[in-house]
Design a protein around this ligand. Structure first.
Ligand code: RTP
Ligand code: MG
Length: 149
């Protein structure tokens, strides 16, 4: 079953949006397989956003991610990678559609509330980077006939 890595950024935690955000993924039908509240080290933040290391915003992005606690999560379900990105909305909250997390709650690109993996390979790499295997629940015995044919 497909898995993705989601991280509620420091702004989402400080603004009290954790419950609402988790609820959106839960009610869509996705399954939470791992979650932890943590303060991110500079090394982890730099590894996570390594693809952006040559961008002008890299330094401020890393500083922001390490500025306060985050909620790191792994979610599972049919098409979860693409679907989560849709539920999250466009990178710039002013361009994100109403009804999406960023569209409902954000105003600026540097405070866009939540991260979601953008492809299968990045999801696998990010899950490995943020979680030990023992921190993730194996739900394979869990049948959900009201969600899946
Ligand atoms: P994320 O990785 O955080 O889920 O966001 P994303 O895929 O929608 O966007 P991405 O291009 O990967 O950018 C990563 C984060 O960098 C910040 N950013 N700032 N100032 C800028 O032009 C700029 N561009 C990107 C955003 O906070 C974005 O989420
Ligand atoms: Mg990204």
């Amino acid at each position: 079953m497909e898995r993705t890595f989601l991280m509620i950024k420091p702004d989402g935690v400080q603004r009290g949006l954790v419950g609402d955000i988790i609820s959106r993924f839960e009610t869509k039908g996705f399954t939470l397989v791992g979650m932890k509240a943590m303060t991110v080290s500079k090394e982890l933040a730099e590894k996570h956003y390594a693809v952006h290391r040559d961008k002008p915003f890299f330094g401020s992005l890393v500083d922001f991610i390490i500025s306060g606690p985050v909620i790191a999560m792994v979610w599972q379900g049919n098409g979860v990678i693409t679907s989560a990105r849709k539920l999250i909305g466009a990178t710039n909250p002013l361009s994100a559609e109403p009804g999406t997390i960023r569209g409902d709650y954000g105003l600026t690109i540097g405070r866009n509330i939540i991260h979601g993996s953008d492809a299968l390979e990045t999801a696998e790499a990010e899950i490995d980077l943020w979680f030990d295997a023992g921190e993730l629940i194996a739900w394979e015995s869990c049948q959900r006939p009201w969600l899946y044919e």
